[in-house]
Ligand binder design. Structure first.
Ligand code: DX5
Ligand code: ZN
Length: 226
């Protein structure tokens, strides 16, 4: 399993976005994570297509957009045009799961579903074989800097089993050098990190490398909790 590190760009110094992107890419970031919040699905406002485009224009690695919004199908095209490589929407936000997957797939981007910490894996059973990525949230969506909820990881073994080894399973929320190995042991392979990259006691370039080392140590332990 290949571990990928995905810095959460909204946590960077937005006045110097291009510098932040260049630095985390030099540190080995594999994906840039962009959080979008609509003040309805979550009580916060973050990042529209314009900032996404600014990030995508500077990036040399893929851009992953996390839509924390009530109407992802309506707004996904703007994020695809902005340069998103993959788009995650929340299962809790859509009534017609198959229709949402189809609509986003037609945009020519990778399609993924995000699950809040308490949302069970059975809620996306119907999507087996239809997705490029999944996301287990380990905080309630909406804000960076919250503490890691291990309970959000407990569904990962079931998701891994149902969706297979090749799908990317993201974890998002409270990931740091302590919690990255825990998430990896549950079977996650893409680690989103905001605070632990951009507000750490080392510069972001070092923080990305350090997270990767911590995650690899989790992988070495090799035992997946059920
Ligand atoms: C939470 C967001 C996360 C968040 C991660 O609503 O989806 O991507 O920015 O930040 P940290 O790593 O600080 O929890
Ligand atoms: Zn996110």
């Amino acid at each position: 399993m290949q571990i990928r590190i995905a810095p959460s760009m909204i946590e960077s110094d937005l006045a110097h976005l291009s510098d932040a992107i260049a630095e985390v890419e030099r540190g080995g970031a594999d994906v840039l994570h962009v959080d979008v919040a609509d003040a309805h699905f979550v009580p916060n406002i973050m990042c529209g297509p314009d900032i996404t485009k600014a990030i995508a224009d500077c990036a040399t690695v893929p851009v992953n957009v996390h839509l924390m919004m009530t109407d992802p199908v309506r707004y996904a095209p703007a994020f695809a045009r902005a340069g998103a490589h993959s788009i995650l929407f929340h299962v809790e936000a859509v009534a017609d799961l198959a229709g949402a997957i189809r609509a986003i797939r037609e945009l020519g981007v990778g399609v993924g579903i995000a699950l809040k910490p308490a949302t069970p894996p059975e809620s996306i059973e119907a999507a087996v074989g239809e997705l490029d990525c999944l996301m287990a949230m380990t905080v309630e969506p909406g804000f960076g800097g919250q503490p890691f909820m291990e309970s959000g990881c407990r569904k990962i073994p079931a998701l891994r089993e149902a969706f297979g080894e090749s799908i990317d399973i993201y974890v998002d929320g409270g990931i740091n050098t302590e919690t990255a190995p825990v998430a990896v042991r549950y079977g996650a392979n893409v680690l989103v990190a905001g605070k632990a990259v951009f507000h750490a006691d080392v510069p972001p370039i070092e923080a990305v490398k350090r997270l990767r080392r911590a995650a690899a140590a989790g992988l070495d332990k090799g035992i997946r909790p059920k």
